[in-house]
Write a protein that binds this ligand. Structure first.
Ligand code: GP9
Ligand code: MN
Length: 718
């Protein structure tokens, strides 16, 4: 009893104290900031799952990030002299910021993503507005967002909070604003320590909110949207003519030895995260790091490339994806997916293959759907299914920091893969071989002993390489058992480097090189990633030495499928074509050919690994020409993408993709796949297997496999 009274007294004292404090304008201002901060943190925790903050440092940033912005915005009414104006503006701003927060809460519940300026402006077209509206998920805890406003209004009305007539001095308000701004900048610096290049790369809306808060994210997004829309507004249809001319002049044609050799087959693209060519055929402690990939690489059924380069910029994985899907480059800065992906017109592989040859399509990936803005981009590319991290059980040891472990991704994807109608175009984005290449002991092969290089990245890298290799092998075993293998072309490629230049000293001896003799060309040579196009039964494969890059994959695949790429705006060339130029252009304007390379303006002789010190006149002319070609290729791509010129281009037989017609929610996807499998001429593996799942055929030695209770389409089909 006594205790209760004590507590009551305490609460009363607290209330009196806060009432006193709120009687001044400064006190009222602080209270407002505190309330908005508390509401934001509440939303962060309850609805946004702390934006997947992974360590105390990130949690700290999450806790402080609403402060700078809120202090800044709420200080503005302090400039007002009149009492009603000051209090009115304070309440209005609180209501506006709360509405903004609350809209994001509701949106996030449906889409696991934050609203961008674009989603607000084009809500109905991009995100199936009607459906989204119908699906709005309210929760009883939502009252928390509004209760403070009601209470304050009541207290003001009952004069429990008296309106302070004393105006705050202008200089003082300016000081508050400056302090708040400095706080925001400090926040940015702290964020950049944990996630360098946060602003330039702009990975993901969830990341930006985690590090900077909702307000600054919205400001940044508004700025991006504005600059992009300015560039696009200025663009004219005839600018497309320059691009078209370039494409016509550079079309390399098909090679009849290979054209159509995979016609009608399913296509599975396996994106080997951070996997570099030097790991192929690499032995560590006398043991192959990736024995299965090596066997694919050397198979007679594979067209394998040993001079294939990644060409990504800051958009890393997303740039690689963009190149493979569209045969155009990423942007000079940042990620095209993140910056332009919301409303970009794509004429990409899933739509092309669907419209030309009736392919269904899906992407499988174990990370959040929103990462790299994939959910919006995939809709604009015409992907029918986006099976992202939200579909899988990624709890406990089933995931690394980058999402579901590869062995589990492949296994848990089967209930969806087996439902796809044939032919299909499916993409798997692996993640376990991602820096820092950490893998739980239980997942490591006890029979594989990694290097002892002096760099933990390199030693870890081989471990995750080996894990990736095993996961691919398990997947291939399933493909064979399920019968998918024989009618499927599998394209495997490494998206970009995994080992940073800072590790080259430790890497050199493993590659049989002297670290002291390491050159810039050696670094450039490391930018090779594997490209293996495996066509079961082909028998006419072998290792191709053609120089090429990620930009060239789409036309190569199209031609293998017997579809000419000539009518599309694609900047790459079929790597199997006899006319392939073999000039590989990097995103930073460097380039490499079978004979020469330009690295930061210095020309290297590729064959001798030396700088071309005194070029002959003919050489000078050649280098100038090659540089001009490289620069032109990039600028054509940038003009095309930044101005969104494809919206003016209508290739023969190509219908614009309607992003609004795709729904990636798990519920809708399950229903859609199930429905397709029920029609009498269904061609899915599931249907061919007599309406039975083939998931039981999948074998993995992943120790976490049984911890899953994934809802499978197959089960819901029974
Ligand atoms: C995340 C994965 C990694 O989903 O694709 O992207 P990256 O960091 O390699 O660009
Ligand atoms: Mn990547």
């Amino acid at each position: 009893m006594e205790w209760l009274q004590k507590q009551r007294k305490r609460i009363q004292n607290g209330l009196t104290w806060s009432m006193q404090k709120s009687q001044t304008r400064l006190g009222f201002y602080c209270w407002m900031v505190f309330l908005l901060w508390a509401k934001t943190i509440f939303a962060y925790g309850v609805d946004f799952h702390w934006m997947h903050a992974a360590n105390p440092y990130q949690f700290f940033l999450v806790l402080i990030n609403p402060l700078g912005f809120t202090f800044f915005v709420m200080a503005l009414p302090l400039f007002f002299k009149k009492r009603p104006l000051f209090y009115g503006a304070m309440l209005t701003l609180n209501a506006l910021l709360t509405t903004f927060l609350y809209l994001n809460v509701v949106y996030y519940r449906e889409f696991t993503d934050f609203m961008s300026v674009n989603t607000i402006l084009t809500y109905s077209s991009v995100n199936q507005g009607a459906k989204a509206g119908g699906a709005v998920a309210f929760d009883y805890t939502d009252i928390f967002f509004w209760v403070d406003l009601i209470v304050i209004l009541y207290l003001l009305f009952r004069k429990k909070i008296k309106m302070d007539g004393q105006k705050t001095k202008k200089g003082r308000v300016a000081l508050y604003l400056m302090a708040a701004f400095t706080f925001m900048m400090g926040n940015l610096v702290l964020a950049d320590i944990d996630r360098p290049q946060l602003l330039t790369r702009q990975f993901d809306r969830v990341y930006l909110v985690k590090y900077l808060g909702l307000g600054p994210f919205m400001g940044l997004d508004a700025y991006n949207t504005f600059t992009t829309s300015q560039v696009r507004k200025a663009a004219k249809p005839d600018e497309l003519a320059t691009v078209q001319k370039y494409v016509n002049e550079h079309y390399a044609g098909m090679n009849s030895t290979y054209a159509g050799k995979a016609k009608g087959k399913n296509v599975i693209v396996i994106h080997l995260e951070s996997f570099q060519q030097f790991s192929i055929d690499r032995k560590v402690n006398g043991q192959e790091v990736t024995p299965f990939l090596n066997s694919l690489y050397h198979s007679k059924d594979s067209l394998s490339f040993d001079n294939f380069f990644h060409e990504v910029g800051q958009g890393k994985t997303s740039d690689a994806e963009n190149m493979l899907e569209t045969s155009t480059f990423g942007l000079p800065q940042g990620s095209l997916f993140a910056k332009l992906g919301n409303d970009q017109t794509f004429q990409a592989m899933p739509a092309i293959l669907n419209q030309r040859a009736g392919y269904s399509s899906a992407v499988f990936h174990g990370n959040n759907g929103s990462f790299w803005n994939r959910t919006n981009v995939y809709k604009n590319m015409g992907y029918q299914n986006w099976i992202s991290g939200e579909y899988f059980d990624s709890t406990g040891k089933r995931a690394t920091a980058w999402g579901l472990k590869d062995k589990l991704l492949f296994k848990d994807s089967i209930p969806y893969l087996e439902q796809l109608q044939h032919p299909f175009y499916a993409k798997y984005l692996t993640v376990t071989n991602h820096t820092p290449f950490e893998l739980d002991k239980e997942d490591q092969d006890p029979n594989f002993q990694t290097s002892n290089s002096g760099s933990k990245y390199i030693d870890n890298y081989f471990v995750t390489n080996h894990y990736l290799d095993q996961s691919i092998q398990e997947f291939f075993t399933y493909l064979k058992k399920s019968g998918l293998y024989d009618n499927t072309m599998v394209v495997l490629y490494g998206d970009h480097y995994g080992i940073n230049n800072s590790e080259n000293k430790e890497l050199a001896p493993l590659l049989g090189k002297d670290p002291n003799q390491w050159t810039d060309l050696d670094t450039e040579n490391l930018q090779r990633t594997p490209l293996i196009i495996h066509i079961p039964g082909f028998q006419n494969g072998g290792i191709q030495h053609t120089y090429g890059g990620e930009i060239d994959v789409a036309p190569t695949i199209e031609h293998l499928l017997g579809l000419s790429s000539k009518r599309y705006i694609q900047l790459g060339q079929d790597l199997l074509s006899k006319n392939c130029s073999q000039l590989v252009v990097m995103r930073n304007k460097d380039w490499i050919t079978p004979n020469y390379a330009s690295i930061s303006g210095t020309i290297w002789n590729v064959k001798t690994n030396t700088v071309v010190e005194k070029p002959t006149e003919a050489q000078q002319k050649l280098f100038k020409k090659l540089q001009a070609e490289a620069t032109e290729k990039l600028s054509v791509s940038d003009s095309l993408n930044q101005k969104n010129l494809l919206r003016f281009y209508h290739p023969e037989g190509f219908k614009d993709v309607n992003a609004a017609s795709y729904d990636y929610s798990k519920k809708d996807t399950l229903a859609r796949l199930k429905k397709a499998s029920q029609i009498s001429n269904s061609t899915s593996v599931f249907s061919k297997n007599g309406g039975q799942t083939t998931a039981g055929l999948y074998q993995t030695n992943a120790p976490e496999q049984n911890a899953t209770d994934n809802a499978s389409v197959s089960q819901s089909n029974k």
